[in-house]
Design a protein around this ligand. Structure first.
Ligand code: NAD
Length: 439
C-alpha cells in the first residue's frame, strides 16, 4: 500500500518512518523545502531517539520518500495522513489554517479514491469539515463522482520515546464512518499489533474527543500533584513520599504524578486551551481544566520565586546556571517549555544566564539569541554561578560531581525543579538545596 503523510514534523516524520519500517511505501510531504532538502540529504531535522536509523534505512531502501510536491504523489496513494501543526491562535483556539490548506490541496489534485485521515490533533468536528470542503471542491471540479472517505486517527506518541511508542502503541484510536475505511485502517495497523489487536474503532467525533480528553487527564494529574506539592511545602510534608503512597494505589497508578516546574511541550498547553475553547463554543465551562491551566501557569513561576526568596529579592547581577532547556528529556523540543518562562524572568531581572541542554542548544539559540550564554556541559554552565537551577531531568544530570561543583561555583545553591537530587548528599557537600514540595 502507498501512503502519504503531509506535515513532516515530530509526528509526521515518526509516523512516516515507522509505516515504512513495516514495509509500506511512504511519501512524507512538507511545505518547508529546507526540511525536505535536509531529509533528502540524510539529515534529520529533529532529535528523537532511534529516528535517524529508521529514516536512513527506509530512505535507502526506497520505501521512504520526501517531497514538497503533494500533487506528484496524491494519485498513487490509498491513504493520506494530515499531520501538520495545530498551534494555539491568539484566543487559545486550535489554529487549523495548515489543516485546511492541506485539505484544499487534496481537493484540488485528487482524481482517485483516497482515505483522508486526520492525525493532527483537531477540535471535534474538524474531520467532518474537511470532508465537506473536499466534497465541495470536487463538485466544483466536476469530479463529484470520485469517492473518498475521511477518518480520525489521533496520535498518542510521546516525544523522547516517539519511535517505540509508534511501533508498539498501548492502543490505536480510529474514528471511521464506514467499513471501507475501517478495513483499510485495520490492514494498516495490523502489523503493529500482531499479537493483540488493540485498535479501538469508534465514530469520528468520539475519536477527536478522545485525544483531547487523554491529554487533559494527564495535564490534570500533573497540575493536581503540583498543587499537592505546594501544600506539602506549607505543611512540612514530603511530596516524593506522598507521590509514592498515592501512586501505589492500583486505581490511581504511578504515571504523571511527578511535581515539577509545570508542564510544557507542543501538546498539553495548546490542547488544554483548545478544549476549554471548544467547550465555550458550546456554552459549557470546563472548570477543572481552567484550574489545571491556572495552576500550571503559577507553577512555571516557581523556580524563579524560589531563587528570589533565597536571595531576599536581590537577584540583579547574579549568574545562574540553567540545566535543561527542552520541555522534557529525550527531545530538543522547547515549545512552551518551563525553561523559557524561567529564563525570561531571569533576564527581566538582570540575572546572567548560562544554559546547557544535551539536545536543545540549537533550538534555544533561536529563542534567546545572544541574550544568554551557551555552555558546553553542566560544569561549564555552573562555573562561577551563584545557583544551579535544574529544569529538565536529562539522565546525564542525575549524578553530578558535587565536589567539583562546590569548587567552581560562587555560591553553593541548587534549585531542583524535578526532585532528582538527594538533600543529604548536597548538604554534605556544603550546598543549600531546594526542590518542589519537599522541605
Ligand atoms: N509533537 C508531539 O509530541 C505530538 C504528539 C501527538 C500529537 N501531536 C499533534 O500532531 C500534530 C503535528 O504536531 P508536530 O509536533 O509534529 O508539529 P511540527 O510543528 O513538528 O510539524 C508540523 C509540520 O507541518 C508542516 N506544514 C505546515 N503546513 C503545511 C502544509 N500546508 N503542507 C505541508 N506541510 C505543512 C510544517 O512545515 C512542519 O514541518 C499537531 O496537531 C499536534 O498537536 C503532536
Amino acid at each position: 500500500m502507498n501512503i502519504a503523510v503531509v506535515g513532516t514534523g515530530y509526528v509526521g516524520l515518526v509516523s512516516g518512518a515507522c509505516f515504512a519500517e513495516m514495509g509500506l511505501n511512504v511519501t512524507c510531504v512538507d511545505i518547508d523545502s529546507n526540511k525536505i532538502d535536509m531529509l533528502n540529504r540524510g539529515e534529520i531535522p529533529i532529535y528523537e531517539p532511534r529516528l535517524k536509523s529508521i529514516v536512513t534505512k527506509n530512505h535507502k531502501a526506497s520505501r521512504l520518500h520526501f517531497t514538497t510536491d503533494l500533487k506528484s504523489v496524491i494519485n498513487d496513494i490509498t491513504i493520506l495522513f494530515i499531520a501538520v501543526g495545530t498551534p494555539s491562535d491568539e484566543e487559545g483556539n486550535a489554529d487549523l489554517s495548515a489543516v485546511y490548506a492541506v485539505a484544499n490541496s487534496i481537493a484540488e489534485s485528487m482524481q482517485n479514491y483516497l482515505l483522508v485521515v486526520t492525525k493532527s490533533t483537531v477540535p471535534v468536528g474538524t474531520t467532518a469539515k474537511i470532508k465537506d470542503l473536499i466534497a465541495e471542491k470536487l463538485v466544483e471540479r466536476n469530479l463529484g463522482h470520485i469517492e473518498f472517505d475521511v477518518a480520525s486517527n489521533p496520535e498518542f506518541l510521546k516525544e523522547g520515546a516517539a519511535v517505540s511508542d509508534f511501533m508498539s502503541p498501548d492502543r490505536v484510536v480510529v474514528g471511521v464512518e464506514n467499513d471501507r475505511a475501517k478495513d483499510i485502517m485495520s490492514r494498516l495497523y495490523r502489523p503493529f499489533l500482531l499479537n493483540n489487536f488493540r485498535v479501538i474503532f469508534m465514530d469520528i467525533l468520539s475519536s477527536e474527543m478522545t485525544k483531547y480528553a487523554s491529554n487533559a487527564m494527564l495535564a490534570t494529574r500533573i497540575s493536581f500533584m503540583n498543587d499537592v506539592a505546594n501544600l506539602c511545602e506549607l505543611v512540612g510534608a514530603n511530596v516524593s513520599m506522598v507521590r509514592r503512597g498515592v501512586g501505589s494505589d492500583s486505581r490511581i497508578g504511578k504515571s504523571f504524578l511527578y511535581p515539577g516546574a509545570g508542564y510544557g511541550g507542543s501538546c498539553f498547553p495548546k490542547d488544554i486551551k483548545a478544549l476549554i475553547r471548544t467547550a465555550k463554543d458550546y456554552g459549557y465551562q470546563m472548570r477543572i481544566l481552567q484550574a489545571v491551566e491556572e495552576v500550571n501557569n503559577n507553577q512555571k513561576e516557581i523556580l524563579f520565586k524560589k531563587l528570589q526568596h533565597y536571595f531576599d529579592g536581590k537577584v540583579e547581577g547574579l549568574t545562574v546556571a540553567v540545566w535543561g532547556l527542552s520541555f522534557k528529556p529525550g527531545t530538543d523540543d522547547m515549545r512552551d517549555a518551563p525553561s523559557i518562562n524561567l529564563i525570561n524572568r531571569l533576564l527581566e531581572n538582570k540575572v546572567k544566564v548560562k544554559a546547557y541542554d544535551p539536545a536543545a542548544m540549537d533550538e534555544s539559540k533561536s529563542h534567546f539569541g545572544d541574550k544568554i550564554e551557551y555552555a558546553t556541559d553542566i560544569y561549564d554552565a555552573a562555573n562561577n554561578a551563584h545557583a544551579v537551577i535544574l529544569v529538565t531531568e536529562w539522565e546525564e544530570f542525575r549524578l553530578p560531581n558535587w565536589s567539583i561543583l562546590a569548587k567552581i561555583m560562587q555560591k553553593r545553591l541548587v534549585l531542583d525543579g524535578r526532585n532528582i537530587y538527594n538533600a543529604e548528599e548536597l548538604a554534605s557537600n556544603g550546598f543549600s538545596y531546594t526542590s518542589i514540595g519537599r522541605v
